[in-house]
Design a binder for this molecule. Structure first.
Ligand SMILES: Cc1cc2nc3c(=O)[nH]c(=O)nc-3n(C[C@H](O)[C@H](O)[C@H](O)COP(=O)(O)OP(=O)(O)OC[C@H]3O[C@@H](n4cnc5c(N)ncnc54)[C@H](O)[C@@H]3O)c2cc1C
Ligand SMILES: NC(=O)c1ccc[n+]([C@@H]2O[C@H](COP(=O)([O-])OP(=O)(O)OC[C@H]3O[C@@H](n4cnc5c(N)ncnc54)[C@H](O)[C@@H]3O)[C@@H](O)[C@H]2O)c1
Length: 459
């Protein structure tokens, strides 16, 4: 049976539910389709569960370090993974049910459960139902990529999704991929008490960041006993009589690492392969990401793509910003653009790495005259007092316009402190606005004006 709506939204990720809220408030009749877990990746298998588990791992780490703070401990610290998971699951469940009940109770919104598939540019099939609308919004997200590496079919492996249900501590976790997903789980599991080896095919961790950032991250992880195997080309997975082995063609080290579990953390792929996009004529790139313009319109009029599936961002805040762009442009006659967004993200190892705007490498490659300022976290009083003085911060400024081009903070509280730099960048203000600011003592942010007062030309 065909049902008519003003809009169909597919996927209850970080953009879809809020868009449903705005469209229904504006009087639109909306069909909402979700096939699995309301809240999508972030709430169920991404940010929320991982940061809950990072918090448990941090508690274990601080407990082990009690002596450093004068806290006496008589027993060795151990971690009860079942309790860690129960805590994580309770936090996730609250968020998931919150999203679902919000959508189900929304006036003018009808929720359909099942896999949505295009039948034509205006028609979506969900099981027996055919939904029709002039406006269709895709927020279908992505899933862990499983590359066709040799042996992948011969060994049981974990992904960022399945590891979240592991209620026992592996004796030795091998993490393949040394970036966002891989490093957060690597440090977390090391702190839970596992041996951990990270295998990365490039020559350094977080290979998209500057070299000094990669070195700083490496030092932090190695200081906790995490083993690293870099330059790992020609990886081969093997079943080693009950254990798992990774054959490596690295520049140094033993050609094989043997462990008890393998986590594949080598990127994500968009959920666009079973959407029937060709029935609507919606174009994708060669990796399956939906092609969009600066206002998130696809190649077909009346169809938009938001969040990870459009390849224009892979974070919760970028997906949510996609919702804001589409809603403001459609309902408020706005002219918001994806290109107005300043890239910003944080990698939640501990201490975290926050990055905004251009990296130093990108500034150098642009050839523009620039200034650079850096400060080690050992100069940040608050970090020293908290016993968390690993890492450093740096900032880059355009020597002519005096505007901030980018910054990185690898250190305690960096994920929060970066926002004073981000806000100055959004304000379009020169760096002197921030260097003359009086920030609270003792905070990590208080060193940012000091750093900006002693910039040197980028050699
Ligand atoms: C382990 C991990 C940790 C992360 N941590 C962070 C973090 O700390 N900070 C951060 O900013 N980002 C983080 N991310 C990234 C973040 O989770 C995503 O960028 C974010 O969830 C954006 O997702 P989305 O809105 O594009 O869609 P998703 O949240 O992926 O939602 C898509 C939804 O669409 C549904 N769907 C797909 N196809 C169909 C279909 N055909 N029919 C019906 N429904 C369909 C899916 O079931 C899903 O519910 C993390 C990711 C991972 C994997
Ligand atoms: N804190 C956060 O905001 C957060 C946390 C987790 C994930 N995420 C999002 O999810 C995305 C996916 O994360 P990810 O870490 O899976 O992917 P990624 O693309 O960020 O990193 C994958 C890493 O694996 C390496 N790699 C790729 N193929 C390999 C192979 N065959 N062997 C060895 N190494 C290989 C790459 O060189 C890279 O370092 C992130 O880019 C980010 O957008 C964000």
């Amino acid at each position: 049976m065909r049902q008519d709506f003003d809009a169909i939204i597919i996927g209850a990720g970080q953009a879809g539910p809020s868009l449903a809220g705005r469209l229904t408030q504006a009087g639109w009749k909306v069909a909402f389709v979700e096939r699995k877990l309301f809240g999508g990746t972030c709430v169920n298998v991404g940010c929320t569960p991982t940061k809950a588990m990072v918090a448990s791992a941090h508690a274990a780490h601080i407990a082990r370090r009690g002596n450093d703070f004068g806290v006496v401990r008589h027993e060795p610290v151990s971690v009860d993974m079942k309790k860690v998971l129960a805590r994580k699951n309770a936090i996730v469940m609250k968020s998931r049910t919150g999203v679902e009940s919000w959508l189900r109770g929304m006036e003018r919104c009808t929720v359909f459960t099942g896999t949505a598939r295009f039948e034509s540019p205006n028609e979506i099939r969900v099981g027996e139902e055919v939904l029709h609308a002039k406006n269709i919004f895709l927020n279908v997200g992505a899933r862990p990529a499983v590359p066709n590496m040799p042996g992948v079919g011969d060994v049981p492996f974990l992904t960022s999704t399945t590891i979240l249900d592991l209620d026992e501590l592996p004796q030795h976790l091998i993490v393949i991929g040394g970036s966002y997903v891989g490093l957060e789980f690597a440090q977390m599991y090391r702190r839970f008490g596992a041996e951990v080896t990270v295998v990365e095919r490039k020559s350094r961790l977080v290979p998209n960041e500057d070299e000094d950032i990669s070195s700083g991250v490496r030092e932090i992880l190695q200081s906790e006993g995490i083993q690293l195997r870099l330059d790992a080309n020609c990886i081969q997975l093997e079943n080693n009589g009950g254990e798992v082995a990774v054959g490596l063609d690295c520049l140094e080290g033993h050609p094989k690492v043997v462990g008890t579990r393998i986590l594949l953390a080598v990127g994500r792929q968009p959920n666009t392969d079973d959407l029937g996009l060709s029935a609507a004529g919606v174009q994708t790139d060669e990796r399956g990401y939906i092609t969009v313009d600066d206002e998130l319109r696809t190649s077909v009029s009346g169809i938009w793509a938001l969040g990870d599936c459009n390849g224009r961002g892979a974070f919760t805040h970028t997906s949510y910003n996609d919702f804001e762009i589409v809603a403001d442009n459609l309902l408020e006659n706005g002219s918001r653009r994806v290109s107005d967004r300043i890239p910003v993200s944080a990698l939640y190892i501990d201490p975290p790495l926050a990055q905004v705007g251009l990296t130093e490498k990108q500034v150098r490659e642009s050839g523009r005259p620039a200034l650079i300022g850096t400060r080690p976290m050992t100069k940040v009083g608050r970090a020293v007092e908290k016993g968390e003085s690993q890492g450093f911060m740096k900032v880059l400024v355009d020597a002519e316009s005096k505007k901030i081009l980018g910054a990185s903070i690898l250190g305690s509280g960096g994920d929060e402190a970066i926002h004073c730099i981000l806000s100055t960048m959004y304000a379009g203000a020169p760096y002197s606005t921030l260097s003359h600011a009086v920030n609270i003592h003792p905070t990590v942010s208080e060193l940012i004006p000091t750093m900006l007062q002693s910039m040197t030309p980028l050699g």
